[in-house]
Design a protein around this ligand. Structure first.
Ligand code: SF4
Length: 449
């Protein structure tokens, strides 16, 4: 539940000090690197020129880096209170509409394929009918709503408090608690009825002090929102996430999935990428879950141009790129709080110790113990004065399992890689090998005991 501890900065914006608050233009978040804003455009769609404008804004007002979050929002960091107003003006000038209130997330390829119903139209209806309610400070700051029109690619990996799923033509199923073990289907109807139900759910959460479903005792939850009787309509078959690389939309058009290496892009790279593909007839760019970026509407003959431009500008088209399992924050050189160059150590791990990153192990390179880039990871290197905290299965801010002196980090990683190589059994992944070996062996290798 959010506590109201926000404070006004010099420029009159409110710094998001509410616990778990979602940093917006009106309520940016204070980080070790100035203020941060998280942006999600209406429908999650941007034109190429709007993407360029975002890159320019990150260069002018932020620290020159753009991050794509695990849920597909864009973050700009390194802002000051005086720069929030000009940033908002620049976004307005580029006609980038950032709606207020909780995130409403749509599958990134919505509207491109046949869908049961139009997710973008339902987002508009929700925003039109529930404007004041969505803007209410009584809702939990991190409340999330997913609207999925039922196309071939969905948002199954993205947990949500409330999910509206089109299960047939203009037939919407409303589910709650979708990040819990068993989502609860609570209503089935047309678009208007789905919005009626959403309103009821949001009012209930607001009246309960900005609760999330996990805060409501199950008995009360079931009494207030009885589950629909289970039927073939209430069991949702999760559509897969949109893949990296090309996906055929129809005989003429293709969508193309890219991923920002380490989940972040230099603003100059985003601008360069847009400039390199601006002569193509690309309809839109759509940030998506898993720190991805999707291009919509390119022709088959454009694929090589897009792939080359992507490679030149730090975007990966490879679903097996080892950087996919690695999160790296801005780090030293880009963030005032960073103790080391996170991407440099990340690239070194990928190049020199590929056995560690077999796709099974989540690694987090964090410039300091704040851990901006990732919540939890199997293996975290957090920069501290004079060295590194290594945290196993935890957050950058957790007490370290091992302390590594600054000059020893590469040899520590080398020893860990050798341990994995020596101990991995046939068919075993790095993650399962390390889980089997246990903390003591891993820490022993890192410390050379
Ligand atoms: S975690 Fe990284 S980006 Fe965040 S404050 Fe520390 S160094 Fe800066």
């Amino acid at each position: 539940m959010a506590s109201a501890q926000s404070h006004h900065t010099d420029a009159g914006v409110v710094a998001a000090s509410r616990r778990g608050a979602c940093p917006s233009l009106a309520e940016p978040m204070q980080t070790g690197d100035g203020l941060l804003v998280r942006l999600r455009s209406r429908h999650g769609v941007l034109t190429l020129q709007q993407c360029r404008a975002l890159g320019e804004a990150a260069l002018r007002f932020g620290n020159g880096l753009l991050e794509i979050t695990a849920r597909g929002s864009i973050q700009i960091r390194g802002l000051t209170p005086e720069r929030i107003g000009p940033l908002a003006a620049a976004l307005h000038e580029a006609a980038i509409e950032i709606p207020k209130g909780p995130a409403i997330e749509l599958p990134p390829l919505h509207g491109l394929f046949h869908e049961n119903a139009n997710a973008a139209a339902l987002e508009d209806l929700v925003r039109q009918r529930l404007t004041a309610l969505l803007d209410s400070k009584k809702l939990a700051a991190k409340l999330s709503i997913v609207i999925d029109g039922g196309g071939p690619f969905g948002l199954s990996a993205v947990p949500a408090d409330i999910r509206l799923e089109a299960i047939g033509p203009e037939r919407w199923l409303v589910l709650i608690n979708t990040d819990g073990p068993k989502p609860l289907p609570v209503a089935l109807g047309n678009a208007g009825e789905a919005v009626d139900c959403l309103e009821k759910l949001l009012r209930f959460l607001a009246e309960n002090g900005g609760a999330r479903w996990r805060d409501i005792p199950p008995d009360r939850l079931h009494a207030t929102f009885p589950a629909l009787q289970e039927s073939s309509e209430t069991v949702i078959l999760a559509a897969p996430d949109a893949p990296l690389g090309p996906v055929q939309i129809d005989s003429a058009a293709i969508a193309y999935g890219l991923r920002a290496r380490f989940g972040q892009m230099r603003a100059a790279d985003l601008i360069g990428f847009v400039d390199d593909i601006s002569h193509l007839n690309i309809q839109s760019l759509r940030p998506g879950p898993g720190r991805c970026l999707f291009l919509a509407g390119l022709a088959k003959s454009d694929i090589d141009t897009v792939a080359d431009a992507a490679r030149r500008h730090g975007l990966s088209t490879d679903a097996n790129d080892p950087s996919i399992k690695m999160a790296a924050c801005a780090g030293a050189g880009a963030c005032a709080s960073g103790y080391y160059h996170t991407r440099v150590l990340g690239e070194a791990m990928i190049d020199r110790w590929p056995g560690i990153l077999d796709g099974s192990l989540a690694v987090h390179m964090s410039g300091c113990v704040k851990g901006c880039a990732e919540r939890r990871a199997a293996l975290t290197f957090a920069g501290v004065d004079g060295g590194y905290h290594v945290v196993l299965s935890g957050r950058a801010s957790d007490p370290p399992d091992a302390l590594i002196a600054g000059g020893d980090v590469e040899s520590a990683i080398e020893r860990l890689a050798r341990l994995i190589e020596a101990e991995k059994q046939g068919g075993e992944t790095t993650a399962s090998c390390l889980a089997r070996l246990g903390k003591k062996r891993i820490v022993g290798a890192l410390r050379q005991e």
